[in-house]
Design a protein around this ligand. Structure first.
Ligand code: CA
Length: 230
């Protein structure tokens, strides 16, 4: 089996080399580009299986490059993990809306980044979801149109909130532990990340309004969507 190729777009040579070292240790082939123009040429030569993209590059903003990649039919399917020094939530959300599949904030651990690369690639190879439209109570979730309505009103969810709701609705009646949610929604799990799940659930409930109460907390374990008794 041929190795999967990861294109690392990063102008800081030390960081690029560190990422490459860890990915190669994990069995990937790596190509490094120090600018968007170098990255474009690398993509023309050989389509990578995944791109790690720094946002601050000398010739062009990484976000614009990501947008271009996602727009083109030849490259739109290639997963992108963004690397950013700007940690603001807004940037993260915007990054994900541009089609990035995940992101890390500098400074990050190369081991964590390697795990995320594997998780993103695994997620893409996973079986396609069968059910396109899920509904529960007055909530309807459409996986193809990628929207959620509550009592026929559209609700704006972030990508993570959408995936979280999908995971709970697709497993109606079954309790999902925080760890399972981390694995299936975020694609990886880390010690201490459980609280991230709680924070996202709280936000999701708020956005769902009165219907948010269908997401029940199972103390000490996780969450479930279930009718009837608490
Ligand atoms: Ca940079």
């Amino acid at each position: 089996m041929s190795k999967e190729t990861v294109l690392i777009v990063e102008d800081e040579k030390d960081i690029a080399a560190l990422i490459a070292h860890h990915l190669e240790g994990a069995g990937f082939r790596t190509v490094t580009a120090g600018s968007v123009s170098m990255a474009s040429r690398a993509v023309e030569r050989h389509l990578p299986d995944l791109i790690i993209l720094d946002l601050m590059l000398p010739d062009m903003d990484g976000m614009d490059f990501c947008r271009d990649l996602k727009r083109r039919s030849k490259t739109g399917h290639i997963p992108v993990i963004m690397v950013t020094a700007r940690g603001e939530e807004l940037d993260r959300v915007v990054g994900l809306e541009l089609g990035a599949d995940d992101y890390v904030v500098k400074p990050f651990s190369p081991r964590e980044l390697t795990l995320r690369v594997k998780a993103v690639l695994r997620r893409l190879k996973g079986p396609k979801e069968e059910k396109k439209v899920l509904s529960h109570a007055r909530i309807v979730l459409d996986t193809e149109a990628h929207w959620v309505t509550v009592e026929d009103e559209k609700v704006d969810l972030t990508l993570t909130e959408f995936k979280l709701l999908y995971e709970l609705m697709a497993n109606e009646g079954r309790v999902r532990s925080r760890e399972t949610l981390l694995n299936n929604v975020w694609g990886y799990t880390f010690e201490g990340y459980e609280r991230t799940v709680d924070t996202h659930i709280q936000r999701l409930r708020r956005k769902l309004g009165e219907q948010g109460k269908i997401i029940r907390t199972v103390r000490g374990i996780g969450y479930v969507i279930r009718e009837g008794r608490p």
